[in-house]
Design a protein around this ligand. Structure first.
Ligand SMILES: C[S@@+](CC[C@H](N)C(=O)[O-])C[C@H]1O[C@@H](n2cnc3c(N)ncnc32)[C@H](O)[C@@H]1O
Length: 273
């Protein structure tokens, strides 16, 4: 399945970007930073860069190099460009691209990075094949994706189980794989990486402080009834508008609990070409 047939489940509503712009290289790519891979003069591709906050952090790590941020959505490419400009970064470039058919020549980048992208594409093996193709021999493909089935939370409100099940059904109907984290190693091997060249790890986000609970519950309450997701859920026959409102209210209720806790599990791979 190509980009034309896979649909980005969340869309780029403000409530979605509220989550993306919180991300940093430290909270979202520590497995790459800690690997000692990145050198000051490297050329990095951040594919599916979204609004570019991770991209900008990566650029700060390669002051003598270059980071290219690319995304198939023109609107977020513009936002990513603005993020880099606001930070005064001069070693970034931004463009539109489809990870299934990248426009760069073979062996162009030292590192090709994708955060929370492969779960949304129609053919993640082809995507990894392309990411590998544009990586220099000896270079690294770094990918991290969440695993929705493995999320955990407290309190276990009954409506939260419904939210998880519904989200996974909508994401799959859109051509994605919401449990992508656990698939990454297998996809990388199918894309041509030798098993011994794929280093795997798991990383988490944990939201339990008062501001984190308010932020996480608010953005899910909002994005559940926001255009992209709500339209896809209702038009696909997965939920009625009333059911989506109930899910949104459940998220708000979850956010009222002082003892609330949410853990997001991710799979991570560093695959050497
Ligand atoms: C969950 S967001 C992640 C954004 C960013 N990497 C981050 O973590 O903040 C996924 C991004 O992948 C982009 N995307 C989805 N399918 C794509 C494709 N086939 N090629 C390139 N980008 C794609 C979406 O437009 C979206 O901006």
């Amino acid at each position: 399945m190509s980009q034309e047939t896979a649909v980005y489940t969340h869309g780029h509503h403000e409530s979605v970007l509220r989550s993306h712009t919180w991300r940093t290289a430290l909270n979202s790519a520590a497995y790459l930073l800690g690997s000692g891979t990145i050198k000051q003069d490297m050329k990095i591709l951040d594919i599916g860069c979204g609004p570019g906050t991770i991209t900008a952090d990566l650029a700060a790590l390669v002051p003598e190099g270059l980071v290219v941020g690319a995304d198939y959505a023109e609107s977020v490419v513009e936002q990513a460009r603005a993020t880099a400009a606001e930070r005064g970064l001069e070693n970034t470039e931004f463009t539109t691209a489809d990870v299934h058919a990248l426009q760069w020549e073979d062996d162009t980048f030292d590192v090709v990075h994708a955060h929370q992208v492969l779960q949304h594409v129609g053919d993640p093996v082809q995507a990894l094949r392309e990411m590998r193709r544009v990586t220099k021999p000896g270079g690294i493909v770094a990918a991290r994706d969440s695993d929705y089935s493995a999320f955990s939370w407290f309190p276990q409100l009954p409506g939260m189980d419904y939210w998880q099940d519904l989200y996974r059904r909508v994401a799959r109907a859109n051509g994605g794989e919401p449990d992508a984290g656990r698939f990454l190693k297998s996809w990388a091997m199918r894309a041509g990486f030798a098993r011994e060249d794929v280093t795997c790890s798991a990383g988490t986000w944990c939201y339990a402080a008062p501001d984190e609970i308010a932020w996480w519950s608010g953005l899910w309450a909002d994005r559940t009834v926001a255009p992209a997701y709500a339209d896809r859920a209702t038009e696909g026959g997965h939920a009625t508008p009333e059911q989506l409102t109930t899910v949104s209210e459940t998220w708000r209720e979850w956010g009222t609990h002082d003892d609330a806790w949410f853990t997001v599990l991710h799979g991570e791979i560093l695959a050497r070409k």
